[in-house]
Design a protein around this ligand. Structure first.
Ligand SMILES: Nc1ncnc2c1ncn2[C@@H]1O[C@H](COP(=O)(O)OP(=O)(O)OP(=O)(O)O)[C@@H](O)[C@H]1O
Length: 619
């Protein structure tokens, strides 16, 4: 099942055009006829105003030529009244200048509005698309790179989009209009101009392709540098704890240096391009003057017409110069746009929604893994689970223990449907998880408590309510009580309204864990996954949290992943894993009697010095 996420209707029209323009394929967005296409978009008005302004600009050289004719007439003979003759032409020109000014104002205002709206819509849609991606997608991407696409790339794309319309469209229209005027004024001169232009455009396109490639590399390098900074700032406590500041600075500096070199190279390329195009354009003007002057000398062209030709060819020159400046921006904008739309086109394999929900009254909470084989998408040739079979009976506690890297957390990730098995099936009450609604599964059936609980920088109340968005205050209090958290929350001056700071830095490990438990319990999950939930805590915190977990576990299907075997003695079943396979299975006393891997693990942990929690012997 491949589901394209719904898109905000207001953004459809511009993005549909822009998306397919950049990616070169159908953007997959709803087409004409959708409600958003009913009203004319501001870019239509903007384009019309820009075109109008450019067309007015084309008239101006012709009128200026006529003006020069009048001036010329009064240079030779002083009969008549110059003011009388020039006044109406002057007024005409003044009117055109005013109209041109008003049109320019109008299209720039519209364009700015359109640009900002497009940027907002792209950001919103890209963010939505990123949030919907498979977990496997994030295994291979750095957060900094993704954030850079949301910020810098969209900004770059917006700027070039606005420039293309404001300057590009105007310059192109002016150039076309002026070329028509030029051909009326002097077909011979225009033909010469037209013979030179394609050669210049060809050379420009060639250089442009090289610059586009360079720009893409430069932007990728910037994202890489941002990723390094993001990782260091996001994990600043670890950086501080290991005194890694100089290394991180050096690492960031190295990536920045590379990005700087690439950007400088790109800058040099753009400079060469602009320098060459300036020389070419100036030579064209000089040539026009030279040949035009010859025509005037031969009485084939009037002085006024040459003046018109010069002004028009100046406009052509200005337009071409504008286009060459625009070119660098467009190169950057197109590659930024391609990067943004690349992610928007990625369709996740595991949709967020869609599928069957088991009615609450029928839900048992029986989980089973049938012949599951699994490799992470980021490491396809490396099997993590091999022919894995396991049953979690409803209402029972099953513990997964074993060597580090044996695949215990992977089993939990498959049950959460963060990934789909490469082979085999994972079932809930006999139904393949692939047929069940993932949002329902994660939102209502499974509660997940990990070793490193992540809290959001909001109040305690809101953090607990994340487990069930429509929960009442009473439900939040009840969940907090069940998680042994109510007392410590009430001891804070602001109680449930205490803001926990970014990622919950203002709380102790045990407090954070109990809030995470309350957040998982508020949805009253049928299945509970505890992934090393107490391993990061000290003795006292562990006791309080373990108490909360024991209470939370009763009457639920529980999958406990544990290193410390003392915490899983009471489990109904203990599964010992090694290298993606089940080595032993049974209760604590059965496994101890057997004297195998589990008994060896227990013995080695009992012999461990106190406080050495995560010791894991090699087998
Ligand atoms: N996101 C991932 N992408 C690629 N490989 C992964 C990923 N997560 C884990 N692995 C690999 O899968 C194997 C099993 O990892 P897993 O985390 O399931 O083991 P574990 O038994 O839970 O280990 P531990 O007890 O140390 O937490 C390891 O070899 C690990 O390197």
């Amino acid at each position: 099942t491949r589901v394209k996420p719904p898109l905000p209707a207001a953004s459809i029209l511009p993005l549909q055009h822009v998306g397919s323009l950049i990616s070169g394929r159908d953007s997959g967005l709803p087409g004409p006829g959708s409600p958003a296409t009913a009203a004319p978009a501001p870019n239509v008005y903007g384009r019309q105003l820009a075109l109008g302004s450019a067309l007015v600009n084309v008239q101006i050289p012709l009128l200026l030529g006529q003006f020069v004719e009048i001036v010329g007439k009064y240079t030779h003979d002083h009969l008549g009244n110059f003011m009388m003759e020039a006044r109406s032409l002057g007024l005409h020109l003044l009117t055109l200048y005013t109209v041109q000014g008003v049109l320019t104002f109008g299209y720039l205002v519209l364009l700015s509005r359109l640009g900002e709206r497009i940027a907002k819509d792209i950001r919103q849609q890209l963010f939505g698309c990123l949030l919907r991606q498979d977990i496997g997608f994030f295994d291979t991407k750095k957060t900094g790179q993704l954030v850079a696409r949301l910020t810098a790339d969209v900004q770059e794309f917006k700027s070039s989009f606005k420039l293309v319309i404001s300057q590009g469209l105007r310059s192109c229209t002016q150039m076309a209009g002026c070329l028509v005027s030029l051909s009326v004024l002097s077909p011979r001169l225009t033909v010469i101009l037209l013979m030179v232009t394609p050669a210049l455009v060809g050379a420009g396109s060639l250089l442009g392709a090289l610059l586009r490639k360079l720009s893409r590399q430069a932007q990728e390098q910037i994202s890489k540098a941002t990723g390094v900074a993001d990782e260091a700032l996001g994990n600043v406590r670890t950086v501080r704890a290991f005194a890694m500041e100089p290394q991180e600075e050096q690492h960031y500096g190295e990536e920045l240096e590379k990005s700087c070199e690439l950007s400088e190279k790109l800058g040099r390329g753009i400079a060469i391009f602009q320098g060459l195009s300036n020389i070419a354009l100036n030579c064209m003007v000089l040539g026009t003057l030279f040949i035009g002057g010859t025509l005037v000398a031969g009485q084939e062209l009037s002085g006024g017409d040459l003046m018109s030709f010069l002004v028009a060819s100046q406009t052509v020159q200005r337009s071409m110069a504008n286009l060459s400046v625009l070119f660098g921006q467009v190169v950057r904008g197109l590659s930024a746009g391609a990067r943004v739309f690349e992610y928007m086109a990625v369709i996740p394999d595991i949709p967020l929604q869609g599928g069957h929900c088991i009615p609450h009254t029928e839900l048992q909470g029986a989980v089973s893994f049938h012949n599951v084989c699994f490799s992470y998408p980021s490491r396809p040739g490396f099997p993590v689970l091999k022919n894995f079979n396991l049953r979690l009976p409803p209402g029972k506690i099953v513990a997964l223990v074993g060597l580090s890297g044996g695949g215990k957390s992977t089993v939990a990730a498959l049950l959460e449907r963060f990934y789909d098995p490469t082979e085999g099936t994972v079932c809930l009450d006999g139904q393949d998880l692939r047929n069940l609604d993932p949002s329902w599964l994660r939102g209502e059936v499974i509660g997940f408590i990990s070793q490193e609980p992540v809290l959001f920088g909001t109040t305690i109340m809101e953090n607990i309510r994340l487990g069930k968005l429509d929960a009442s205050d009473e439900e939040v209090y009840a969940a907090a009580q069940e998680a042994n958290a109510h007392n410590f929350i009430c001891s804070f001056p602001e109680g449930y309204d205490t803001v926990v700071g970014e990622r919950g830095v203002t709380l102790s490990g045990g407090q954070k864990q109990r809030l995470a438990i309350a957040r998982a319990l508020i949805k009253q999950p049928k299945v509970l996954i505890l992934d090393e939930a107490t391993s990061a805590l000290d003795g006292e915190s562990e006791r309080v949290v373990q108490e909360a977990l024991d209470r939370a576990s009763s009457g639920r299907t529980v999958l406990v992943i544990a290193h410390r075997l003392s915490t899983v003695r009471a489990a109904h079943q203990i599964v010992v894993m090694s290298k993606g396979c089940i080595k032993e299975i049974g209760t604590h006393s059965e496994l101890m009697r057997r004297g195998g891997l589990y008994a060896e693990l227990v013995r080695s942990q009992t012999l461990m010095p106190p406080g050495y929690k995560n010791y894991n012997p090699r087998f």
